[in-house]
Design a binder for this molecule. Structure first.
Ligand SMILES: Nc1ncnc2c1ncn2[C@@H]1O[C@H](COP(=O)(O)OP(=O)(O)OP(=O)(O)O)[C@@H](O)[C@H]1O
Length: 287
């Protein structure tokens, strides 16, 4: 934790979360049980970013799905602002659902090619609020500007945007219901390095402006080093390392973390930090 002395209620807390999957192995054969997440706990304060890092298959995405109520834990407790969330199907409140949103790696897959961007952004409001069409339009236009696009993009279709712009649209949509917590599952992994820097920069600005809390899932240590306040390293479903970014990067405790760090060229870390710094110093807004 970046501030161990605070008594503030965490935005997010998970206690001993587990997720098993029962996988059929064939007719008349016993099921195989995959322990995807094996008892993970952490606390995350408002306005902070926790990066969850690890190789493919370590359980990061399973945890992301649990944190965003897409999947249910097999065991353990999930608390948002100190309140235990009832994650059983049909028990989740609309208020809780609104507080937590997710952004995926590839927004193109989740954007309907025949839906105009204005409608993409207005949809969560149409489903979850009683806002009028005019109010929805106003909020969507405001949000386009917040993410570095413009009102002129309202009537355009997904294929008319670049990868970076589509990720901005996905971020805008995730923010339409004014959530408090964003789970970002590899949000820049599919983008070129320079575009990555712009989107990371945007996420940092939005975090400041809206006081957002982020759980940032990534396999890319250079990105994690830039964005995270705290870092959790997962390995085969377990959190093998957890601490402030500086603690974890300067003094990794677990052999797996040291191996992971050794496999990341230092140049990557420096390149992305330099690019982000350059963008912050006054680069064009649109990726
Ligand atoms: N629905 C499912 N049914 C069965 N097994 C699953 C399911 N989802 C995930 N798993 C298994 O759980 C483990 C963790 O998967 P998960 O996708 O969470 O890992 P990950 O670290 O996010 O990997 P990636 O980055 O490749 O998505 C893997 O062994 C995976 O095969």
């Amino acid at each position: 934790m970046s501030d161990k002395t605070t008594t503030q209620t965490p935005m997010l807390e998970i206690r001993n979360i587990k997720r098993d999957y029962h996988v059929p192995t064939g007719l008349f054969k016993p099921e195989k049980v995959v322990h995807a997440v094996k008892g993970v706990s952490f606390k995350l304060e408002t306005g902070k970013t926790l990066a969850i890092v690890g190789e493919s298959g370590c359980g990061k995405s399973t945890l992301a799905r649990i944190l965003t109520f897409i999947d249910e834990p097999t065991a353990g407790e999930l608390l948002i602002e100190g309140k235990t969330v009832d994650t059983r199907p049909g028990h989740l409140t609309a208020e809780m659902r609104q507080k937590v949103q997710i952004v995926f790696q590839n927004p193109y897959g989740s954007l309907n090619p025949r839906q105009k961007i204005g409608d993409v952004l207005g949809e969560p409001l149409a489903i979850n609020t009683s806002m009028t069409a005019a109010e929805r339009r106003e909020r969507a236009t405001e949000m386009l500007v917040k993410v570095g696009l413009g009102p002129e993009h309202y009537n355009r279709y997904p294929h008319m945007f670049s990868g970076g712009q589509r990720q901005r649209i996905a971020i805008a949509r995730a923010l339409m219901l004014k959530p408090k917590l964003l789970v970002l599952d590899e949000p820049v992994s599919a983008l070129d390095l320079s575009v990555q820097a712009q989107v990371l920069n945007l996420l940092a600005d939005l975090q400041d402006e809206f006081g957002l809390t982020y759980v940032f899932i990534s396999h890319d240590l250079s990105v994690v080093r830039y964005i995270a306040d705290e870092v959790m390293v997962m390995y085969y479903g377990e959190a093998v390392e957890y601490g402030s970014r500086d603690e974890v990067f300067s003094d990794p405790k677990h052999d797996y973390t040291r191996t992971l760090f050794a496999a990341t060229p230092r140049a990557d870390v420096d390149t992305i930090r330099a690019r982000v710094a350059a963008k912050r110093a006054g680069a064009p807004k649109v990726a």
